[in-house]
Design a protein around this ligand. Structure first.
Ligand code: SF4
Ligand code: MG
Length: 336
């Protein structure tokens, strides 16, 4: 079947202005040729360090700005080319949960009004009784007491506010929710609760999730697939198990080095990244990771690696996979 969301060679370059005349002096290559798809009911996690462009991908899918090049296709329809006046149906179907549960809820609105807004905007309630039924249902769905709708955002903890944020997203009856660092600001124990809630909702409601996170540990137990981004590009896409058991890109391996291993003895290859992420204004030639990669060789500095399959459903963009297996440190298929 056709994917729910298809992103094809997406580019978003932000012009930099400066000089005496305020002309364009360069570009921030925030997203520079990103492709992926998400099936109905699937969770895809987009991970990478801050500044790698993952939030920009989310915003492009939400149509918060015009993209520089590429396509964003929702259920067979291109949404990157729609005019503002044509965006309403798509706005209902793709919702977002933001990082900060303290700034994302209007402090001057009761929970009832926060949730009623999308229901009214999209004309989803038949009448006042239906609206009340929907509000009660949303509270049940996010595991908050029904009388919470009469209260104000400041009366809730961070985790509870994030449940309200999720309820607001669900109020629109979306097919896809973009969670942009949705649990990053929460305490460790609360993080797990919200991740579990999202996972339950994903199963119960058949929702698709684009789960954007800088933290691979968060997605280890909840996602179907993972796409790893570095400096505006996806460097690896894999089913969750394959990615965690046998990463095929040195950058993924480095990110995983920082994730605690659940089973003692199942050691992961440790790579500690040298230096900072280079600037997206002037990304390195060839493989963008070559300035930090422990396996760098001559070809990496001149030739850009493309995403290629390394095993079924698993792709990586690294020249190591063109070498004979005995010279490729990432050739093994699983932790021994
Ligand atoms: Fe490292 Fe080269 Fe692979 Fe890039 S292509 S990740 S520099 S080995
Ligand atoms: Mg971000």
């Amino acid at each position: 079947p056709a994917p729910l969301l298809r992103v094809d060679d997406l580019k978003k370059h932000f012009p930099l202005r400066g000089g005496l005349l305020g002309g364009v002096t360069g570009h921030v290559y925030a997203v520079d040729g990103v492709s992926f798809d998400i099936a109905k009911g699937e969770t895809l996690s987009l991970v990478g360090e801050s500044g790698c462009g993952k939030s920009t991908v989310g915003k492009a899918v939400l149509r918060l700005f015009d993209i520089t090049a590429g396509q964003v296709v929702l259920d067979g329809q291109r949404i990157d080319t729609l005019r503002q006046s044509q965006l309403r149906p798509m706005r209902r179907r793709v919702q977002v949960v933001f990082q900060d549960p303290f700034s994302s809820l209007n402090p001057r609105m009761r929970v009832r009004d926060i949730l009623a807004e999308p229901i009214r905007n999209f004309g989803l309630a038949k009448d006042a009784a239906d609206l009340d039924r929907r509000l009660a249902g949303l509270m049940d769905t996010v595991r908050l007491p029904r009388d919470a709708v009469g209260r104000w955002p400041h009366e809730f903890s961070g985790g509870q506010r994030q449940r309200i944020g999720i309820a607001r997203a669900l109020a629109a009856e979306p097919d896809l929710i973009i969670c942009d660092e949705a649990v990053s600001a929460l305490d460790v124990s609360v993080k797990a609760q919200i991740v579990n809630l999202l996972q339950d909702l994903q199963k119960e409601l058949g929702l698709a999730l684009l789960f954007i996170s800088h933290d691979l540990a968060i997605v280890e137990h909840m996602t179907h697939r993972v796409a790893v981004m570095y400096l505006g590009k996806i460097v690896e896409v894999a089913p969750r198990r394959g990615l965690f058991a046998a990463p095929k890109h040195p950058y993924t391996q480095a990110l995983l080095s920082a994730v605690p291993v659940p089973k003692p003895g199942a050691a992961r290859t440790r790579i500690v990244l040298q230096g900072d992420v280079p600037s997206p204004i002037n990304p390195p030639s060839g493989c963008r990771f070559h300035t930090r990669c422990p396996y760098v060789f001559d070809r990496c500095r001149v030739d850009e690696p493309l995403l290629k399959p390394t095993s079924p459903g698993h792709t990586a963009a690294c020249h190591l996979h063109d070498l004979p297996a005995d010279r490729n440190p990432l050739a093994r298929d699983a932790t021994p």
